[in-house]
Design a protein around this ligand. Structure first.
Ligand SMILES: Cc1cc2nc3c(=O)[nH]c(=O)nc-3n(C[C@H](O)[C@H](O)[C@H](O)COP(=O)(O)OP(=O)(O)OC[C@H]3O[C@@H](n4cnc5c(N)ncnc54)[C@H](O)[C@@H]3O)c2cc1C
Length: 457
């Protein structure tokens, strides 16, 4: 979401925020070694751990030795950008940050170290004359972390990152190396979106396309018109999404289309400071939230940017929030969004952050949210200083009633029983998981809830 503001409008909003005492930007969380093990925190700050071992192995051999030398739970982390408890353990936390970068190329398939961030993958692919098929709206995630949760961008014809995987290398909990491709059938389909439950991924090979450029166009519409527009036009744009502000009845629409223009225009007004101020204001003066959402059409200016695709996809997000996202069948997306917006209005829930609405193509991995069906993803956010539970508790039943599947990296309340009902091949995944991790070393508390029947919620 970008607020492209003129200086006058910016000044006006700053003055308004000053009256509510808006604070400065908080520092983002990271993993640190404090000599007695380590400390880890995710991006939004809602997950943390004090692991006995915090390891950064640089080779597969070093990783294998680590697995042999430690007991207890092992979890990997990448960019630490997940909101759900998929990472934390107080036993062993592993980063493959030292295994990053482009390792080689076979035709249009590029082989990357699993710790490579999407930003680096995009840059290195571009230098080789390639581009990722689609990308999410930030690029700080690692490739292994992003595919573990089926991280996605938007576009009805474009699949998630898990479905862009041509092959991957995984060390199982016995230290055995598995190089998996489509030829490995179900194991490959399980490993492409595994929530990190099958082993530690050391290499990710991505199918790419010839390098391409995109033009992004952003503008606002009244919310009802935006819903009609996106439903009508979803097949006509390579990438289309919108941000719904239900209390204000407004929306920001964003489309991306391929362009041949070579004169890059990448300038993007950094409006994070402003967003932070608006969030602080809305938090302190909830009665203003609907008005602030209405003002979105006043503050957000129509804007076009163009350049290399990987430079256009990514946004800079420094205003922290917590997030719930469910993917419903694509054809039910707008119907479901209407219900969510109605409920937020009826219950008068104080949330300034908009609902992000995106489309994603179907794939055939076992546990991707898009497995077997194209999806509409609805992401509900709450500013990190506000309690997200009332908002998420209000919308989760609606998202579930529309056959929604939760994003593995975002907050939700489901356990093994509910997930089995959502994924026809859930038990096939479980069989592979037990084979590769028979002692359940990869199961932290959150993964137990996901994969062990009857585990506490
Ligand atoms: C600001 C922000 C914007 C976001 N935008 C999007 C978006 O546009 N689209 C979207 O779909 N999601 C989005 N997300 C969610 C995010 O993409 C996912 O949660 C993603 O999984 C995070 O990747 P990561 O590298 O940070 O992994 P982490 O959060 O560190 O880990 C995620 C999972 O991957 C596992 N893992 C990590 N490395 C390995 C490894 N080497 N081997 C095995 N398992 C491993 C972890 O154990 C964990 O289960 C966003 C999140 C934030 C905070």
């Amino acid at each position: 979401m970008a607020f492209n503001l003129s200086l006058d409008r910016r000044g006006f909003l700053k003055a308004l925020a000053a009256t509510a005492g808006a604070g400065a930007l908080p520092a983002l969380a990271r993993a640190t070694d404090d000599g007695a093990g380590g400390q880890w925190q995710n991006w939004s700050g809602n997950q943390s751990a004090r692991p006995r071992n915090l390891a950064y192995p640089a080779t597969e051999d070093a990783l294998r030795q680590l697995l042999a030398a430690t007991t207890g739970t092992v979890r990997a982390f990448g960019g630490s950008h997940s909101f759900s408890g998929v990472v934390p353990t107080d036993d062993t936390l592993v980063s493959l940050e030292a295994m990053a970068g482009l390792r080689g190329r076979d035709g249009d398939v590029l082989h990357f170290g699993a710790g490579t961030r999407i930003a680096q993958a995009g840059d290195q692919a571009w230098a080789e004359g390639h581009g990722l098929i689609n990308e999410p709206d930030i690029n700080l995630q690692s490739l292994a972390g992003a595919i573990a949760t089926s991280t996605h961008g938007t576009g009805l014809g474009l699949p998630s990152l898990s479905a862009q995987v041509a092959g991957l290398t995984l060390l199982d909990m016995a230290g055995r190396r598995h190089r998996l491709t489509a030829a490995d059938g179900e194991r490959f389909d399980a490993a492409r979106c595994s929530v990190g439950a099958l082993g530690l991924v050391t290499e990710v090979s991505l199918r790419t396309v010839p390098a391409y450029r995109l033009e992004e166009y952003t503008w606002t519409l009244p919310l009802d018109e935006a819903m009609d527009f996106v439903e009508r036009e979803k097949d006509n744009f390579r990438n289309i999404e919108f941000f719904a502000f239900p209390l204000g009845g407004t929306a920001i629409i964003k489309t991306m289309t391929p362009t041949e223009r070579q004169d890059d225009n990448l300038a993007q007004d950094d409006s994070n400071d402003l967003l932070e101020m608006v969030c602080e204001l809305a938090m302190r003066a909830g009665w203003l939230t609907a008005t602030l959402q209405k003002l979105v059409t006043f503050f957000v200016e129509e804007n076009r940017r163009w350049g290399p695709a990987h430079k256009i996809y990514a946004n800079r997000r420094t205003v922290r929030f917590n997030e719930m996202e469910y993917t419903v069948p694509a054809e039910r997306g707008i119907e479901c969004l209407r219900k969510v917006c109605d409920t937020l209005r009826e219950q008068d829930l104080n949330v300034f952050f908009p609902i992000e609405f995106r489309y994603v193509a179907a794939d055939d991995s076992l546990l991707s949210m898009f497995s077997g069906r194209a999806g509409a993803s609805l992401s509900v956010h709450q500013y990190y200083k506000q309690d997200h539970r009332p908002v998420f508790a209000a919308v989760e039943p609606l998202l579930r009633a529309c056959q929604g599947r939760p994003h593995w990296g975002k907050l939700h309340s489901l356990g093994a029983r509910e997930l089995r009902a959502l994924y026809p091949r859930f038990d096939d995944f479980q069989a592979i998981r037990r084979e590769l991790d028979p002692r359940g070393r990869l199961l932290n508390a959150h993964l137990k809830r996901l994969f062990v029947d009857g585990a506490p919620a």
